[in-house]
Design a protein. Structure first.
Length: 234
């Protein structure tokens, strides 16, 4: 079995379908957790095989698929590309977040130390391997995760307690599993839509806004992916 240096996990179903329009897979394979395909990309001066895996939405699928990928292919770098919901007034739509820390914010601990349990699922990503000249402008910051879309009522607490500017469903699980394997992890998530005082742009039947934002973000992420991977001297 081949062991590609780079495996890219795509989480949401819509993200996966959009990805396949930009990178039509030569062969689409199946696994117990998601579809995958491998293509050759020019990375620096060499051609490298890069494996793309549909990890699935939510923390359960994200953790399971990350573990599966690491067990099966042992990549030197695990990458997660996707989207997130931004907090209106804190970040602009279309901004790409380079995730340096993740945490799970929907933990409710009533028997023990809440902060201790929160810290257990908080991950600081080691990005020391990245060169300073990023392929494009990013915002390097925290991304919070939960098994739900961000509620308007959540935002004041997330801003005040953590300094959060955006949230998603899967990043914290992927980063946590990668850290347990001491595998470098690169998470790039673009803000597809905003959530503010009047609700979420993509909520209440407006999912087309998420689809439109996701299409633009993935197009940019895929175009720049070889340049990001070229920084990985690992």
């Amino acid at each position: 079995m081949s062991h590609p240096k780079f495996v890219v996990i795509i989480s949401a179903n819509i993200e996966w379908e959009i990805l396949k329009t930009f990178l039509p897979p030569p062969t689409l394979n199946s696994s117990p957790l998601g579809q995958w395909f491998e293509i050759d990309l020019k990375i620096g001066s060499t051609i490298e095989p890069v494996l793309f895996f549909h990890g699935g939405w939510g923390k359960i699928a994200a953790a399971a698929s990350a573990q599966y990928v690491l067990d099966r292919w042992s990549p030197r770098l695990l990458v997660n590309l996707g989207t997130c919901g931004g907090f209106e007034g804190e970040i602009e739509r279309g901004t790409i977040i380079l995730v340096e820390r993740t945490l799970v914010y929907d933990i409710i601990e009533l028997m023990g130390d809440h902060d201790e349990h929160l810290a257990h699922y908080t991950t600081h990503l080691d990005l020391s391997w990245l060169k300073k000249n990023y392929p494009y402008s990013v915002r390097r910051t925290l991304l919070v995760s939960a098994d739900r879309d961000v509620l308007v009522a959540d935002i004041p607490r997330l801003k005040a307690e953590f300094g959060a500017v955006a949230g998603d469903w899967e990043s914290a699980a992927i980063a946590w599993v990668a850290a347990r394997h001491q595998t470098p992890c690169l998470i790039l998530r673009g803000v597809s839509d905003l959530i503010g005082g009047s609700g979420g742009e993509a909520y209440d039947g407006n999912i087309h806004i998420f689809v439109e934002g996701t299409t633009k973000i993935l197009k940019n992420l895929i175009a720049a992916l070889p340049d990001w991977l070229a920084q990985a001297d690992i």
